[in-house]
Design a binder for this molecule. Structure first.
Ligand code: SAH
Length: 344
């Protein structure tokens, strides 16, 4: 069976060419064509006949296709991508000043089963391959170029869609290498963020294997009793062990760890919770994202009132930890955090 071109990191592509006694210079041209220019037709930039023949025989260039596009009033765009086996995943373009952040999925469904997350209710169907991750980016970019010309500027990539990215470490890692490659997408490492529920087997590999991208930790509670109820893997990987690994990640200047804190009414939104978070993160290179819970059908949790969210932030401010209240973009098309679905 043919392998996908989009499954090859730059080094792997060079090696593939070398193994087949072909010149490596084609690797740069191909990366430039498919990732810099983001074209999906055949590269005609001085590629030798032998190389073209080899590519045609060994590789395919198919990508996930956009099945449905949902455009929200606030210009958020949610894509439903259809994969080769009929599985579907979602990605979301989040606008700010005619530029975009792109929220990518790393798995079909998710094995973490977090009690507040819609995606978690569906269980894990399968991992995404690198080409399926990179394909979401290329698909979203091309959609922008066609539908919002001049706005095809995706400045940030966040792995905060469906799935636990560290539970699909190898494919996510290689997708990051492709995003970072100077011959291709040239996205800066500081512009890529991988969010984890605290999956320690992946955190163990982070320092040695992952390129220097940013990490976000879904904290949601500083107390194990509550975190157990929100994130079942906390029972196996309790928060203090998770933080030991996170604290050991070397950070460059101006880099920080993002801590996501989902605020649920009358559950984890009290003073005691806020102070404990403040104490826990005090003195660390930390940035907190407060995310008011987005309701979905069947969930018993509720979103706190705005003044409760503001007060929670004030307590954290008193610890001098930079804290942002994340707006809920795209919720009229179920594109907000935790609302991503594969079943439609
Ligand atoms: N598995 C990874 C990546 C998924 S990102 C992780 O857990 O970090 C998931 C983010 O979406 C989490 O930070 C979570 O806070 C947010 N989220 C999930 N369900 C949500 C909901 N119903 N309302 C608001 N945010 C939600």
């Amino acid at each position: 069976m043919k392998k996908s071109f989009y499954d090859y990191s730059f080094n792997e592509l060079e090696n593939l060419l070398i193994e087949n006694s072909l010149g490596t210079s084609a690797a740069q041209r191909l990366y430039n064509w498919h990732y810099k220019k983001k074209r999906n037709d055949q590269c005609d930039d001085s590629i030798s006949k032998d190389t073209l023949k080899f590519l045609g025989k060994e590789l395919h260039f198919e990508l996930p296709v956009i099945d449905t596009v949902f455009e929200a009033e606030d210009r958020t765009v949610k894509f439903l991508f259809k994969l080769h086996d009929g599985c579907k995943v979602e990605s979301v373009l989040i606008p700010f000043h005619n530029k975009y952040s792109l929220c990518l999925s790393s798995q079909v469904g998710c094995a973490m089963k977090c009690s507040f997350c819609y995606t978690g209710t569906q269980g894990l169907k399968r991992d995404l391959s690198t080409d399926e991750i990179v394909g979401q980016f290329l698909g979203a970019w091309r959609w922008l170029k066609e539908n919002r010309p001049g706005e095809e500027r995706i400045l940030n990539i966040v792995f905060m869609g469906q799935g636990e990215p560290l539970h699909n470490f190898d494919a996510v890692k290689k997708a990051c290498e492709i995003f970072l490659s100077n011959y291709g997408c040239s996205i800066g490492a500081q512009k890529i963020t991988i969010s984890t529920a605290g999956y320690i087997p992946g955190l163990k590999r982070w320092n040695d294997e992952m390129p220097r991208v940013n990490l976000a930790l879904s904290l949601h509670s500083p107390f194990n009793t509550k975190r157990d109820q929100l994130i079942p893997i906390n029972r196996k990987y309790p928060i203090e062990e998770v933080l030991e690994y996170v604290d050991n990640i070397p950070l460059s200047r101006k880099q920080f760890i993002t801590y996501e804190y989902l605020l649920i009414a009358n559950f984890n939104d009290g003073d005691e919770d806020a102070h404990k978070v403040g104490e826990l993160l005090n003195g660390k290179e930390a940035y907190i994202n407060l995310i008011p819970f987005n309701p979905f059908e069947g969930s018993t949790f509720k979103r706190p009132e705005h003044n409760v969210v503001e007060h929670f932030k004030e307590v954290l401010d008193s610890y001098k930890i930079p804290t942002l209240i994340r707006g809920t973009k795209g919720d009229d098309v179920l594109a907000a955090c935790g609302q991503l679905n594969t079943a439609n």
